[in-house]
Design a protein around this ligand. Structure first.
Ligand code: AMP
Length: 196
């Protein structure tokens, strides 16, 4: 199973991605997590990425594409993966399609879009900022990230709709109910044993 999770920051991609990852026994690849780890470790890549992340802007395509390309060559992705936070714009999506062909890997099968209103997003991210202390979960940066989502990431809905891969579901409610809904649009009933 090869899935892209799409949605505004705070829509629940990380939470649902972790559940999907354990349900299918495949890794969740989060470019945000990988970038935060690089910033924390002060690697050259992290130092290049930090200013954009702090400002709520996208890190340059070449940095994230390099990260994803290397990760997709690791053997644990052979049976599938959940992409969380990548692609984030149409150029990244086109590059991903071409990269999978070049690597001789199957293309992404499903794109799960979690719909959440802007007010809910702001409330969730402010709460997460207080609970987890994530540097970019403050009001100014949250507004930039939502603006970036609208301008750059939202066009991916049309991109994947045109490929017939888009599954759009309501991302508000109980985590378990949303997960059950995702599984059902993917064609699985709750409790079904899943072969990787
Ligand atoms: P996330 O944890 O997915 O919300 O990502 C946190 C931050 O990392 C974003 O606001 C961007 O600055 C950066 N980032 C994560 N994924 C990407 C990506 N695919 N392209 C560019 N920047 C990214």
């Amino acid at each position: 199973m090869r899935i892209v999770l799409l949605g505004a920051p705070g829509c629940g991609k990380g939470t649902q991605g972790a559940r999907l990852s354990s349900a299918f026994g495949i890794p969740r690849l989060s470019t945000g997590d990988a970038l935060r780890a690089a910033v924390k470790a002060q690697t050259p890549l992290g130092l290049r990425a930090k200013a954009a992340m702090d400002a709520g802007q996208l890190v340059s395509d070449d940095i994230v594409i390099g990260l994803v390309e290397a990760r997709l060559l690791e053997p644990d992705t052979r049976a599938g993966y959940i992409l969380d936070g990548f692609p984030r714009n149409v150029a990244q999506a086109r590059t991903l399609d071409a990269m999978l062909i070049r690597q001789g890997q199957p293309s992404v099968e499903h794109v799960v879009h979690l719909r959440v209103s802007e007010d809910e997003i702001v409330a969730r991210l402010l709460a997460r900022g207080q609970a987890e202390g994530r540097a970019d979960d403050n009001e100014g940066t949250i507004r930039s990230r939502i603006g970036v989502y609208q301008a750059e990431t939202r066009p991916l809905l049309d991109y994947y709709q045109a490929q017939g891969k888009l599954l759009s579901i309501e991302g508000v409610g109980e985590v378990e109910a949303i997960f059950a809904h995702i599984m059902s649009v993917l064609g699985y009933r709750p409790g079904t044993a899943i072969a990787a």
